[in-house]
Every structure is written in C-alpha cells, then in structure tokens.
Design a protein around this ligand. Structure first.
Ligand SMILES: CSC[C@H]1O[C@@H](n2cnc3c(O)ncnc32)[C@H](O)[C@@H]1O
Ligand SMILES: [Zn+2]
Length: 443
C-alpha cells in the first residue's frame, strides 16, 4: 500500500525558480512547497504533485519566483518628505530642509503614516524585509507588524534632542525598552542605529558597543557618506571617522556601515578583516552627489554587501529592482569594467547579502529547505522582459517593480495577484494627502 502523501499548506508552481543559493542556479518546472510558514521542499513539479497534498496551489506559468528582497537601509517614514527638497548636497539638504521639517512634524502619527506609505511601496516592489532607521521606531515596528512585513527597526541615537528622545542616553534607554517589547514578535527585530559619526559622541557609542555585546543586537550607522564628512572630521580631530569607530571597537561582524563612498585600500582591507557589512545605497549617493561606493574593490576583498534605498527624500523611490540595476550599472562605470557586479551578483546583494548583514541568513535570503517562506513572484511575460534568454539578466537589467505580482512573508501573502491583502491602499493615499497639506510650507 502506498502511504498517503503529507498535507502541506502551499504548492507554488512557477515557470522559473531562482533559489539564489547556489549562485547562478535556475530551476525550471520545479515547485516550491511551503508548510507552517517554512520552505518544506524544492523539487521537480511532477514529483511534487505525487509527493505532497497541498491545501492550496498557485500556478505561475509566466513568472519567476525568488527570495524576497531585503532593503538594508531606509528611513521609512521619510516617504512623507518625498520631493520636498531635491538637487542639493547632503549637509545643505539635511540642515536647511529635512531637519527643520522633521523638527516640526516627525511625531508618532507622522512616523506611523509614513511607514505605512513606505511599506506599501516596498511590498509592491517585492521587498519582504526592511532595515529601518528613524525616530519613533516603536511606530515603525507597529506598522510592520500590522502589515506582516519582516523588519529590523533601528534604535536611533543622536546627541541632539528630538521629539523621540532628549539626548543620546535617552535614545539608548528608549531603544532598550523597545527591544524588550519586541521579544516575542518573530518577524520584528531591533538594531542599534547611531545616526552618524558627526551626530553621536564617543560616550554613547561606547555604551552601544557594550549593550550590543550583552544583548546580541547589531549596529547600523551612516559612515563615510561624503568626502566632506571625512574631511571635516580630519580637520576637527585629526582622524577619519572609520579610524575613530575602529578605536571605539564599534567595527565588527555585527556592524552595518551605510554608504561608505570614501574608502582607502587599507580601510577596505580592514572592513574585510573585521567582517563589517556594507549597506550600498547607489541612488541616494548619486542624487546627493555624495560619491561612489567602490563595490568591485569591496567584493574583491570579500566584504559582504547588501543594497538599500535610503529614505524616499533622497532617492526618491523605494524600489529595489531599480536599485539593483543602478548598483550593477554604476559599479561597472566606476571600475571601468563591464564584468564588475553581474546581474547574479546584484541579485545576491539584494537578497542573501542583506540577510547576512542582518544576521538573518539562516532564516531568509535564499529559497532553501527549512528557511522561512519569504518569496516573491515576478511576471516576465510583459513586453519589457521579452524575449527571455537569461533570467537574472532580465530581472536586473529589464524588469520593473510593476511586474511583481505576489509577495509572501513567512508563508503569508502580503500581495496576491497584484492586490494587497493586509493593507488598505485608499486609507494610505488619503493620509499621504493630509500630510502633504501640513508639510507643503517646507517644500
Ligand atoms: C535620526 S533618524 C535618521 C536621520 O537620518 C536622516 N537622514 C536621512 N538620509 C540621510 C543620509 O543619507 N545621511 C545622513 N542622514 C540622513 C534623517 O533625515 C533623520 O534625521
Ligand atoms: Zn540614510
């Protein structure tokens, strides 16, 4: 007697499966089996139909299924500041426009409505995991939880007073409270987020290193974003910020350095040796004319890199498909080498690279048996992606975010057939309109 096949939650049958690991592998006529939120199997479709009894089958005959994208650096709520001040260098943009607007408006309601707008855009674009840094991280966490998005929320720290906290110690104290409050939420995690070397002094950075070690929390910080940042630190202290952070023992395998457009050969070697991860935000760096992160040199040294959009006020979208393409194209131009950062490498950075930086690579980042079922489907039958010769090439160099049809996190659909399942789009748009009226004087 043949045994009854096991019942499972879901069988996904796409035209192509791109597990990401091993790099370059493309499976055709294969199925993804999901049960209890996890990837139970990846096997030829004919065999899958015999071996499992799925409660639900999703046929995707023109689609590629791949791991959900990881946005390794953003400021979600800044979606409400999209387009208020364009075409400026970083410090003028921050000091004359963004910080005054945030000083007036960045309250819990702003952060909640902004995060909802940002996460709607991200889910639609195939992002399943986000590493955020903003005021009122409790509000960001609440919205991610409501929508079912996987999020690491930054325990923001600045020396200066904000509506969120009175000073750096207050930031750390409030951050630790939030860390405790999120302990039982499997999709939500925290990360220390000292804003930048020029806004956080040594004493709180030492405290952050101590708590990070004690509690196993990572650290996420803007570092060497511009030549101006490095030059003014050198002038004021005689040290480059990287050197200062190294002396404070902040740099290590739990540290994500955002931007890193200014790097000597020695600093690249140190990043590799210390196991520091880089969050590369090419479009924000281009728009603010901050500089170019030397991707090919970092990859050659063995540094792990993920991709971020930065906030919507310096990008101005939250589209990781666009960001992958920009990352690959700019890397080629910077290295003077068309082989620098291939389509497969760009996909790897936007999935497993980001997951690894967050310490989540045992859980997400590739379609591997036992990992969480965080995956997306991309419809490749559109004009923009036909004819199709090479899957990764099409996904990075030709596909648009509008081709994302389905988004799952931990086996739960957040987008099915292009429709949100956990979010009221009309409400999100109405709130964006209300905020526009309040913020308009700053634009
Ligand atoms: C204190 S929460 C985050 C803080 O960072 C600001 N910000 C947004 N984008 C950037 C960037 O590219 N470099 C430095 N700081 C940035 C944001 O406006 C918030 O004030
Ligand atoms: Zn940023």
């Amino acid at each position: 007697m043949t045994p009854t096949p096991p019942t499972v939650d879901l069988l996904v049958a796409p035209r192509w499966l791109l597990p990401i690991e091993p790099q370059g592998l493309v499976l055709e006529q294969h199925a993804l089996i999901v049960d209890a939120g996890r990837i139970r199997d990846l096997l030829p479709l004919a065999e899958a139909r015999q071996r499992y009894l799925p409660r639900q089958i999703i046929d995707l005959p023109q689609h590629a299924v791949l791991p959900g994208l990881v946005n390794l650096h953003t400021h979600a709520a800044m979606s409400l500041l999209r387009g208020i001040a364009d075409d400026l260098p970083l410090m003028q943009w921050l000091q004359e426009h963004i910080w005054p607007a945030e000083g007036k408006h960045a309250n819990p309601a702003f952060c909640e409505d902004g995060a909802r707008l940002a996460f709607a855009e991200m889910i639609r674009s195939g992002t399943t995991c986000v590493n955020d840094m903003y005021f009122f991280p409790d509000a960001t966490a609440r919205v991610a939880g409501e929508l079912g998005l996987r999020a690491t929320v930054g325990l923001i720290t600045t020396d200066f007073a904000t509506a969120w906290a009175a000073d750096a110690d207050d930031c750390i104290h409030k951050g630790l409270e939030l860390h405790d409050a999120l302990k039982d939420k499997p999709l939500l995690r925290t990360i220390f987020a000292p804003h930048a070397p020029y806004t956080v002094s040594d004493a709180p950075l030492r405290k952050i290193r101590r708590y990070a070690d004690e509690l196993g929390i990572g650290i996420h910080m803007h570092v060497h974003e511009t030549a101006h940042e490095v030059g003014s630190a050198l002038q004021a202290t005689g040290k480059r910020p990287w050197q200062r952070l190294k002396e404070l023992e902040l740099l290590g395998p739990d540290f994500i350095a955002v931007h890193m457009t200014q790097l000597s050969d020695e600093e690249i070697a140190e990043a590799a040796q210390l196991g520091v991860h880089i969050a590369h935000c090419p479009e924000s760096n281009l728009k603010l004319a901050s500089g170019f992160c030397p991707l090919a040199r970092l990859q050659a040294a063995g540094v792990n890199i993920g991709i971020g959009t930065d906030g919507a006020a310096s990008n101005n979208d939250l589209d990781l498909f666009g960001e992958m393409r920009t990352a690959a194209l700019v890397a080629k131009a910077v290295a003077g080498d068309p082989q620098a950062v291939s389509a497969a490498q760009a996909l790897h950075m936007a999935t497993l690279g980001g997951a690894r930086a967050l310490g989540l690579d045992a859980e997400i980042g590739s379609l591997s048996v036992g990992k969480s079922a965080d995956f997306i489907a991309v419809d490749l039958s559109r004009i923009a992606t036909q004819p199709l010769y090479h899957l990764q090439s099409q996904l990075v160099y030709a596909a648009g975010r509008d081709q994302v049809s389905d988004v799952f996190v931990a086996g739960r659909a957040l987008l099915r057939g292009g429709q949100f399942t956990t979010l009221d789009e009309t409400r999100v748009l109405a709130k964006a309109g209300e905020w526009r009226e309040k913020i308009k004087p700053y634009a």
